[in-house]
Ligand binder design. Structure first.
Ligand SMILES: [Zn+2]
Length: 311
């Protein structure tokens, strides 16, 4: 659905609310009190009442929208824009587009949507041949004083990220204008340091034990053999690294360019969410219009009770 069609289908709060209701009915509402899946729709209060115990589930509760005061229409349009834009959208830009007075709720909404994306990809285990490397991202420290979030940027820092790309070894290295490439799937995970124990802890459970992992010669990678079948490490000068691990380096370069152009002053504690959005969209680059549907399904799937510390 292009934007004009979308706007025609969902012109107001009522139509967006109806869309959320239809997704919840399709995915099933789970009573948080007794686990019952059967509910009556209570028209008077716009909520589901459990057939067993009567516990009420509002349209938003249990979903990513839980405890949000923003209208359904904001959420629907935000999910649409996030999925239909090739790169990303900043909170400031979205705030302008929605015409909302305050920045913070829009910012929080976008981060929650990114968290949904991250949760989906966290279920995926990488197998086959995987390129693995670490990277540094320029971020700002999230400095808190007296429990209150300090305004402004915070001091500059570097945040380390573990990057893993599943590749198809039968296909060649990336070339310009070449459509089918070796790249399959990417995961990026913020890590506290590049030590071998951290690498193994973070990669374990995300890599299939049967996988083959390719890295450079960094000593932090030298214990990967404990968690995967095969580890091929190649000592290369930094300038040559992109030849040995072309896809992780392409992904790192793409995220950095993306962040620089769209999001300014990314705080270290939120970097994971931005990476999650990038990975989710990159991993579903052939989904096209289905991406909106997939993200809506994930956003209403009952798993979001009390998940967010920020509103
Ligand atoms: Zn119940």
């Amino acid at each position: 659905m292009n934007f004009i069609e979308f706007a025609k289908h969902y012109p107001d709060e009522a139509s967006c609310k109806a869309l959320v209701k239809s997704y919840r009915e399709k995915e099933g509402v789970v009573c948080r009190h007794c686990g019952c899946l059967e509910h009556y729709w209570n028209t008077g209060v716009d909520a589901f009442d459990c057939k067993q115990c009567g516990t009420r589930t509002t349209l938003k509760s249990g979903t990513v929208m839980e405890s949000s005061k923003l209208p359904f229409q904001y959420w629907i349009y935000a999910i649409y824009l996030v999925t239909m834009t090739k790169k990303s959208i900043s909170a400031l830009e979205l705030q302008r587009q929605l015409g909302h007075k305050r920045y913070e709720p829009v910012w929080a909404m976008l981060h929650k949507i990114r968290a949904v994306m991250g949760q989906r990809d966290s279920k995926y285990m990488l197998d086959g041949v995987i390129e693995l490397d670490d990277a540094f991202y320029k971020t700002h420290k999230d400095e808190e004083s007296n429990g209150e979030q300090k305004r402004g940027r915070g001091s500059k820092t570097q945040t380390k990220v573990l990057v893993m790309s599943k590749i198809d070894p039968k296909r060649g290295r990336p070339k310009k204008h070449r459509k089918s490439s070796a790249f399959r799937f990417v995961r990026m995970i913020v890590i506290p340091d590049s030590s071998a124990s951290t690498m193994n802890r973070e990669a374990k459970g995300k890599l299939n034990p049967q996988a083959t992992v390719k890295t450079d010669g960094w000593k932090g990678f030298n214990q990967l053999k404990q968690i995967v079948n095969k580890h091929k490490s190649q000592v290369v000068p930094p300038k040559e690294a992109s030849k040995v691990l072309p896809w992780v380096h392409t992904m790192i370069a793409n995220t950095k360019r993306n962040f620089l152009g769209i999001h300014h002053n990314i705080k270290d504690v939120y970097l994971q969410n931005y990476l999650d959005e990038f990975c989710y969209k990159t991993n579903r680059r052939y989904f096209g219009e289905n991406l909106f549907d997939r993200l809506m399904v994930a956003a209403v799937d009952n798993t979001w009770y009390g998940k967010f510390s920020y509103e």
